[in-house]
Structure formats: C-alpha cells, structure tokens
Write a protein that binds this ligand. Structure first.
Ligand SMILES: [Zn+2]
Length: 414
C-alpha cells in the first residue's frame, strides 16, 4: 500500500514546493478545507511504498502513458497520514471537483484520486490493469467552471453520490450557496435525526423547508428546546438564490421561535402561578414592550389551537423580497421579455401569492406592518422591477383562488 508520509526532516525528503502545490491548495480551498490547506503549506512530503520511493511518473497502461501529478487529499484528512479513501463515492466526489482531468484508482483495497493532465491522459481506453497493480475505477473530466455555474455543477455531482459522500457534498453546497459555516450545518435522515441549533439538509422533506419545534409549552419546568432548520431538496435543484431565500424564510420562523423561548424563560423566572392563563396574562403585559411580530408569533407558538398565519406572513415576506431583488429577469424591461421567460419569472414569484394567503389570515398588526414593508420594498425597486411586480399582481390577482384583498391592498401601495 502506498501512502503519503509527512516528515519534518531526514534524507530524501521532498519539499511541498517540489509538487504542484498551488493546484493542490486551490483544490483544498474549493473543498472548503482551509485548515488542511494551511497545514499543507508548511509540510515536507515524501511518498513511500513497500518497494521504496515511487516515481511520480507511473505508467498506467502500456498503450497510454499518464503522468500522475499528485494525490488529492479529502476533507478532514491530513496529507501525511492519508492512505486513500475507503469509499469509492468519496474519491469520485473529490475527483469531480478537480479543475483538471482526474483518475480514480484502486490499489488494491483503497481508492485514490490522481490528477493528470488532459494532454497526457489521451484515450480513455486505458487498460484496467497496470504494472503497479493500480486499477482504474473512473476517469473524470474537469468540470467547466465559472462563478455562476459552480453551484449547479456541484449540485449535479452531489446528486450522483450515495451515503456519507452525498451528505458531505450537500452540506458543502449549503455552505457555498449561503453565508453558513460548515459547523452550522448538519445532515438529517429523518425529523428525529435533525440536529438542534443547526441548518439540516433534509432531502426527504416534502416541502422546501421546515423549522422545529412548531410549538412550545410555556408551563412546567421541562427544558426548552433549541430551534432547528431543515432544508428540502427543491431549493438545491433551483440554485443558490432559491436556497438562500428558503434559508431566510426558515430563519425567520426560527427567529420567531427563539424570541418566544426568550419570553418563556423570562416568565418562568418570575411566574407566581404555573398555568396557561397566567402565561397569557403576562404575555399580554409585554405587548407594548416587544415588536408586534414577536408578540403575535409568541402567542401563536405557545397556543396549540393557533395557526401559523402570522409567522408564515413574515417568513414569506423576507423570502420573497430577497429572491425577487436578485432575479435577473425581473431587472429586464418587461416589454422585452418573451412569454416563456415572463412565465418562468412569475413561477419564481409565486411566493407572493403564498404570502397573500397567509396575510389575509394573519393578525391585524402583522398585516399592517408587512404591508408597510412591502410598500417600502416597492419604493426601492427599479422601474422595470416595479412593472414586473404590477404585472404579476394583475395576472395573479385575477386567479379564481387568489388572495384578492391582499393583491388589492398591495396594488394601492405600489
Ligand atoms: Zn414557512
């Protein structure tokens, strides 16, 4: 078995400077493994096998000689101790992120990613066996990357994976697509598996997103839960802007619940009587002291019989405003946008209809304050964006089940 050995000194050591370190460092940065990238910069590396030093030039088949530049290191593995992947999927996932042609080889029971160059790789008919006993598992062409389509390429690669590699790839997508740190993300295979306090990738979720818990009991002394956010599969399929607007939406719910929990904690410290009516009376006494958004959602969050209209109104508001402001088509002249593009834009604006439905059922305070925010949002838009918004309201507002009161009020404010 071949392995990378890191040594601080000794005969025959080779400095990292002798390897194409810049490519390796770039890849480490791409994979988000900045800590390893930093470590690499100070390491001396030597490659060793049972036979002794391995030459960098390895002939993979008699017909197609291939130059192996270096071996890539996966997230969380220090290069000095890395002796290949146990998982073929993990190796292929890393190869897909390589900016150069990469091959995945098995030797004999671990998987390695080797970077080559397109010029030396030549034909893809390289024989399965080679003199060193390395078996080619897969040849991976470099992904054509530009800033805008990186997310989509990574998403397509993530979908091909299984198991831990799939989980890791989706969490990386969540990090690259949003402002989150890796430590703020988690993988949830079911609702009970969700990690509190984190944004969980939950591909099984039937909706775009969810937040937990939905309700909290103010009475009693049971420890209060932490909030968790779950993100379903469709925002990943739709791209980074959709992912961020979904995160914003669910973060608003989580904010409402976090504020509720703060209020419950304060009440529990001073309560004279541990009953729901006592909580109600205390919460009402706070009405002037907290924003209407917080008061209304705290009330709903602590009463089983109350619906989600107010928290959904605010969540849809923030999700919609974020997404619409960043929609490229919404910035174009409406009269220059063809019917198909206009329809696609209107599909992306559908959140406004959901907002309207909840708005019509929400508390009056919430209706007033969200309508004020929409009016202020409209005032900041460009003339093109505002016209798209008006066109959407006219078209969507004519629908049979449209939230007509909402659209009528909004039209007056734009
Ligand atoms: Zn929601």
């Amino acid at each position: 078995m071949k392995s990378w050995i890191a040594e601080s000194g000794g005969a025959g050591r080779r400095s990292i400077a002798g390897l194409p370190a810049s490519g390796l460092l770039a890849l480490q940065t791409l994979t988000g493994n900045r800590a390893v990238a930093r470590t690499l910069a100070g390491l001396a590396v030597q490659r060793r096998s049972a036979q002794g030093l391995i030459d960098k030039r390895i002939t993979l088949s008699a017909a197609v000689p291939q130059v192996v530049d270096d071996e890539l290191v996966p997230i969380g593995e220090a290069p000095g101790r890395f002796d290949g992947f146990a998982s073929k999927d993990a190796a292929i996932a890393l190869a897909r992120r390589s900016p150069e042609v990469a091959i995945v080889v098995r030797d004999p029971d671990r998987y390695h990613v080797l970077r080559t160059t397109a010029a030396t790789l030549g034909g893809k008919s390289a024989g399965p066996e080679n003199p060193k006993g390395w078996i080619i598992v897969e040849i991976v062409e470099p992904a054509k990357r530009s800033g805008a389509d990186t997310f989509e390429i990574d998403y397509r690669a993530a979908r091909q994976l299984t198991g831990d590699a799939r989980a890791a790839a989706y969490r990386r997508l969540l990090v690259t697509g949003t402002h989150l740190e890796m430590s703020e993300t988690a993988w949830a295979s079911s609702e009970s598996d969700a990690t509190p306090g984190k944004v969980n990738v939950a591909l099984w979720l039937p909706s775009r997103g969810r937040h937990l818990p939905a309700k909290v009991a103010p009475t009693g002394t049971a420890e209060l839960p932490r909030t968790a956010i779950l993100i379903g599969s469709s925002p990943f399929a739709e791209g980074a802007v959709s992912l961020r607007s979904t995160l914003l939406h669910e973060s608003r719910h989580a904010y409402h619940m976090a504020e509720t929990l703060k209020l419950v904690r304060r009440w529990r410290q001073t309560r004279k009587s541990d009953t729901l009516p006592a909580w109600d009376a205390w919460l009402k006494s706070q009405r002037k002291a907290v924003p209407p958004e917080v008061f209304q959602t705290a009330w709903a969050n602590t009463h089983e019989e109350y619906g989600t209209a107010t928290t959904e109104t605010y969540s849809h508001l923030y999700g919609f405003m974020y997404r619409f402001r960043r929609d490229g088509d919404a910035q174009k002249d409406p009269s220059a946008l063809d019917a198909a593009a206009t329809l696609a834009l209107h599909v992306r604006m559908a959140g406004l209809g959901s907002l309207g439905e909840y708005w019509e059922a929400a508390a009056q305070d919430a209706r007033d304050s969200t309508m004020d925010q929409l009016a202020a949002f409209g005032a900041e838009l460009t003339p093109n964006q505002r016209q798209h918004l008006r066109n959407f309201i006219t078209k969507a507002g004519a629908g049979r089940d449209a939230p007509k009161v909402f659209y009528r009020e909004l039209a007056k404010r734009l």
